[in-house]
Design a protein. Structure first.
Lengths: 259, 266
C-alpha cells in the first residue's frame, strides 16, 4: 500500500495500521529523513517491506511522476491512502494566491492523479482500494478557511461517487473525515489560536487513523472520527444556512479578530 | 440621454462567454450598461459577440481569446486585462466543462482538466479581483456551479466534485463579503440546452428523464437577477430546487443509487 503525507500525524499512524496487519508499505512525503526512519521502524517491528520515497506531490503532474517511480522500482499499489494535504486559515483576500492554489494542487489535483493511476488496476485485480483523508470541513462551507473547506467538499463528493462506482467489484473506497486532530496540521494552517481548536476536544492522530483503517477494512463509504464530530456533521442540513455560516466563521477566526 | 443604468461605469468579466449561459450572462450585464470583457478560447465567435454587444447596448465590449484550462491561465487573463488598462468590478466565473463516464475509463487529461478549469482558474481569477472589489466596496462574483454540487455523481465523479468545490467556496466567500458592499452568488443550473452536453457526452443519459431542459438565456436571466439581489445560492427551476433541498434528508444509499441511475450509460 501507498500512503502520502506519511512523515507525521495521521499519515504515519495509518502506515502503522497497515504495516501491523502485514501490508508492505510505501511511504511518501517531502522530508526524506523522517520517512526513512519510519520505513526502517515499520519494517523492523512488523516484518514487512517498507519503502520510503521522498517526493513533493504538490506540483502539477507530480502524482504521475510518483506513480512511475513506484512502477520503475517494480512495486505495486493495492491500497492507496491519499492523506497528504494542508489547510490555511484567514480571509480569502489576505492569503497568498500561492498557498491557496497549492491547496487545490495537493488536496485535490494530486489526489485525483494518484487515484487515476492506481484505480484501474485495483478494479482489474478486484482487490484493494482507496482511503481518502477528507475532513469534517467537507460537510459545510468554511468562511476564513474558504479554499481548504472547498477542497475537502471535493474529496468527499469524489470519494462517495467512486465508492458507488466500485460497489460490488471487490474494491473499497472510504472517505475518512477527521475533526480537529492533534497534528502538525494546525501549525501550518495557523489554526492553533482559532476558536474551533479550543471548543472541540482534539483527538489523537492514532485514534483517528485506527477509526479510518477499520472503516476502510469494513468497506464503509464515509467515516467521521469522534461521535461529536459525526453528530455535528449530520446536523448541518437541519440548520438554517445563514446560521451555519455564521457559526463556522466565528469558529475559524481568532479570539482577537473581530471580523 | 438615456436613464442611468445599473451597470454604468462598471465592468463585468465573463468567462466562457462564446456560447450558452456565458453568452446569456454577457447579454444581461451589457443590457444593464456594464462594460463587458468576454473571454473564451474561440477568437472568431468572441469578436462577433463583442461587436454586437457594444453596438446594441452602447457599451465597451472587449474580447480576449484565452485558454483558462491550464494552470496559471486565470493569472494570465488578469495580467492581460490590466495591461489593457481595464479593471473588473464583477467577475462571472462561467467557464467549465463536464465529462460523463466511469472514472477508470476516462483519460487523465480530461479529468485533471476539469479541476484546472472548473476550480483552479476560478480561484485564480477570484483571488486576482476580489481584493479590489472589497476596496471599492462594489461589484462581486457570480460563480456558475450546477445542481451537480448537491450530491456526489457516480459516473461523473470529477465533474460533480468540482461543482461541490465551487458551491462550498462561493458560500464561504458570500459571508466573507457580507456587509462589505460586494455580492457573491452561486448559480446552480439544472439541465440546460447548451453545448455542455456535446462535450460531456451526457446527451443520451437518463439524466434527461429528470426534467425538461431550460434555455441558457433563461438560466442567465435568473442568475443575473439572483446576483443583483446578492442571493447566496440560486438553483434554476422549481423541480431542481426541490430535489436539491431534498438530498440531505434522503438516505445516502438512495441518493447514490438515483445519481448512478441517471448518470450511468444505459
Amino acid at each position: 500500500m501507498l500512503v502520502t503525507g506519511a512523515s507525521a500525524g495521521i499519515g504515519v499512524e495509518l502506515a502503522e495500521c497497515f504495516a501491523k496487519d502485514g501490508y508492505d508499505v510505501i511511504v511518501t512525503a517531502r522530508s526524506e529523513g523522517p520517512l526513512k526512519e519510519l520505513a526502517g521502524r515499520l519494517a523492523r517491528q512488523h516484518n514487512v517491506q517498507a519503502v520510503a520515497i521522498a517526493a513533493d506531490i504538490g506540483q502539477p503532474g507530480s502524482g504521475a511522476k510518483l506513480a512511475s517511480e513506484i512502477k520503475s522500482r517494480g512495486l505495486n499499489v493495492d491500497v492507496l491512502v491519499n492523506n497528504a494535504g494542508y489547510g490555511m486559515s484567514g480571509g480569502f483576500d489576505d492569503l497568498s494566491a500561492e498557498s491557496q492554489l497549492g491547496m487545490i494542487d495537493l488536496n485535490v489535483r494530486a489526489l485525483v492523479e494518484l487515484t487515476h493511476m492506481f484505480f484501474p488496476d485495483m478494479l482489474k485485480k478486484k482487490r484493494g482500494g482507496v482511503l481518502n483523508v477528507a475532513s469534517t470541513a467537507a460537510f459545510q462551507p468554511g468562511p476564513f478557511m474558504t479554499v481548504y473547506y472547498a477542497t475537502k467538499a471535493f474529496v468527499l463528493s469524489f470519494s462517495e461517487a467512486l465508492s458507488e462506482e466500485a460497489r460490488g467489484t471487490g474494491v473499497k473506497v472510504t472517505a475518512l473525515c477527521p475533526g480537529p486532530t492533534e497534528s502538525k496540521f494546525h501549525d501550518r494552517a495557523g489554526t492553533t489560536k482559532v476558536r474551533a481548536s479550543k471548543i472541540a476536544g482534539m483527538m489523537t492522530s492514532k485514534a483517528v487513523a485506527e477509526i479510518g483503517y477499520k472503516a476502510f477494512q469494513s468497506g464503509r463509504r464515509v467515516a467521521i472520527s469522534g461521535r461529536m464530530n459525526a453528530v455535528m456533521a449530520r446536523m448541518v442540513p437541519f440548520f438554517p444556512r445563514g446560521m451555519t455560516l455564521g457559526l463556522v466563521r466565528s469558529l475559524n477566526t481568532r479570539y482577537s479578530d473581530r471580523a | 440621454m438615456a436613464n442611468a443604468r445599473k451597470g454604468d461605469g462598471q465592468t463585468a468579466l465573463i468567462t466562457g462567454a462564446s456560447t450558452g449561459i456565458g453568452l446569456g450572462l454577457a447579454e444581461c450585464f451589457a443590457r444593464d450598461g456594464y462594460n463587458v470583457i468576454i473571454a473564451a478560447r474561440s477568437e472568431g465567435a468572441l469578436k462577433e459577440i463583442a461587436g454586437r454587444l457594444s453596438r446594441e447596448n452602447n457599451i465597451q465590449a472587449t474580447p480576449i481569446a484565452i485558454d483558462l484550462g491550464v494552470p496559471g491561465g486565470g493569472d494570465k487573463l488578469a495580467a492581460e486585462i490590466r495591461a489593457r488598462g481595464l479593471d473588473v468590478d464583477v467577475l462571472v466565473n462561467n467557464a467549465g466543462f463536464g465529462i460523463a463516464g466511469a472514472f477508470d475509463a476516462q483519460d487523465e487529461e480530461g479529468q485533471i482538466g476539469m479541476i484546472d478549469l472548473n476550480n483552479r482558474a476560478l480561484v485564480e481569477l477570484t483571488h486576482q479581483f476580489w481584493p479590489g472589489m472589497l476596496k471599492k466596496k462594489r461589484g462581486g462574483v457570480l460563480n456558475v456551479a450546477s445542481t451537480a454540487a448537491f450530491q456526489p455523481g457516480p459516473y461523473m465523479a470529477i465533474y460533480c466534485a468540482t461543482k461541490a468545490f465551487v458551491m462550498s467556496f462561493s458560500e464561504s466567500l458570500w459571508i466573507e463579503g457580507r456587509g462589505k458592499g460586494v455580492a457573491v452568488t452561486c448559480l446552480c443550473p439544472g439541465l440546460t440546452s447548451s453545448k455542455f452536453h456535446e462535450r460531456a457526452g451526457t446527451g443520451g443519459l437518463r439524466l434527461h428523464t429528470l426534467g425538461s431542459s431550460m434555455t441558457p438565456e433563461k438560466v442567465a436571466e435568473q442568475g443575473y437577477r439572483a446576483f443583483q439581489r446578492n442571493k447566496r445560492v440560486f438553483v434554476t427551476g422549481f423541480d431542481n430546487r426541490f430535489l436539491a433541498k431534498l438530498v440531505p434528508f434522503m438516505p445516502r444509499r438512495a441518493v447514490l443509487n438515483l445519481a448512478s441511475f441517471v448518470l450511468r450509460a444505459a
